[in-house]
Design a binder for this molecule. Structure first.
Ligand SMILES: Cc1cc2nc3c(=O)[nH]c(=O)nc-3n(C[C@H](O)[C@H](O)[C@H](O)COP(=O)(O)OP(=O)(O)OC[C@H]3O[C@@H](n4cnc5c(N)ncnc54)[C@H](O)[C@@H]3O)c2cc1C
Length: 284
């Protein structure tokens, strides 16, 4: 509350700072002015650490990317998120940079994975706490910047365990850049869902991002998959739906057509591997 009050009072003269890894890059590149005041949020009680409740994991927004990446519970229940965290920068940057800073940056590589895992974001808006799905928040970003005074407090990750209707759980993240590691993304794809024992998709969420793209869900492809068994014809339709639904922001190094094709190939290859004739899912 104190941090929020200072931010409201000082407005553009102040900025929240967590790891400072992105802010420093923006200042050095002349993309943002250095504010007169920095409000350090890393010492606020409750903003750091990971807790497991019955319903899911609660991740403090100021928890470092490194701590999240090493957490065995995130790796167990949300392997797509662990894969996304592993793909961000280098260990040194991950030990300073936070998951909250990554989300608020709007184009952080963890965001598509959080959206596919149906994560919820809990904000301090000063008046009352506000919780919304990461997907809803990202949708609003397509039209407006996030409110600079809103403080991301924690991220809720609902655990979905294998059940009778969905015994096979699958979870996937892939980042494609111009080289294998320590590279900005061109395309990111995250996919989480479940299927019945016979391979019929019970639920699926697909999110895409990459570069300066604000991540978005591919609802057209998701709708095609729900309630269907994966076969060659369905995969052809899903491929087209990904090409149609993915809206990558312009990138100086790769064309829109290349990035759409890449995203579609990744989604289809993963679905074929997991749910095609020989697919098995994450848990049986
Ligand atoms: C060399 C290098 C490589 C990088 N590679 C990648 C990469 O591969 N993928 C990637 O996604 N990112 C990458 N980044 C960007 C950055 O490291 C990450 O996005 C990191 O997670 C940012 O977190 P931070 O705590 O350092 O944010 P900060 O720099 O402290 O803050 C970033 C922004 O978020 C705001 N903010 C921070 N926390 C909160 C909060 N809780 N509530 C509200 N606002 C908040 C700040 O005011 C600021 O506007 C890289 C950075 C560097 C320097």
């Amino acid at each position: 509350m104190e941090a929020w009050t200072y931010k409201r009072l000082m407005d553009a003269d102040a900025s929240y700072v967590a790891g400072g890894t992105l802010l420093r890059t923006q200042w050095e590149a002349g993309e943002a002015d250095v504010p007169r005041h920095l409000i350090d949020i890393t010492t606020i009680p409750g903003l750091r650490g990971i807790e497991k409740l019955e319903s899911g994991l609660i991740v403090g927004a100021a928890t470092t990317l490194g701590a999240c990446r090493r957490d065995a519970r995130i790796a167990r229940y949300f392997p797509a998120l662990t894969a996304a965290l592993r793909s961000i920068a280098s260990p040194a940057v991950r030990n300073l940079g936070t998951i909250g800073g990554n989300v608020v940056s709007r184009t952080g590589d963890s965001l598509p994975a959080l959206m596919a895992c149906r994560a919820e974001l809990e904000w301090n808006t000063g008046f009352s706490p506000m919780t919304e799905e990461a997907t809803e928040w990202a949708e609003r970003l397509q039209e407006q910047m996030p409110k600079a005074s809103h403080l991301l407090v924690r991220i809720r990750l609902p655990i979905v365990t294998p059940s009778e209707v969905s015994p096979l759980r699958f979870s996937y993240f892939r980042k494609v850049g111009r080289r294998e590691a320590f590279v900005p993304s061109l395309v990111t794809v995250a996919l989480c869902g479940g299927a019945r024992a016979d391979g019929t998709v019970s639920d699926v969420a697909i999110a895409v991002g990459g570069g300066r793209t604000i991540p978005h869900r591919l609802t057209g492809a998701e709708k095609l998959l729900k309630g269907r068994k994966v076969d060659a014809e369905l995969l052809r339709d899903v491929h087209q739906a990904v090409v149609k639904g993915y809206r990558p922001a312009p990138d100086p190094f790769a064309t829109e057509a290349y990035r759409k094709q890449t995203a579609a190939n990744l989604v289809v290859a993963e679905l074929r591997e997991r749910l095609g004739e020989s697919g098995k899912g994450d848990a049986g």
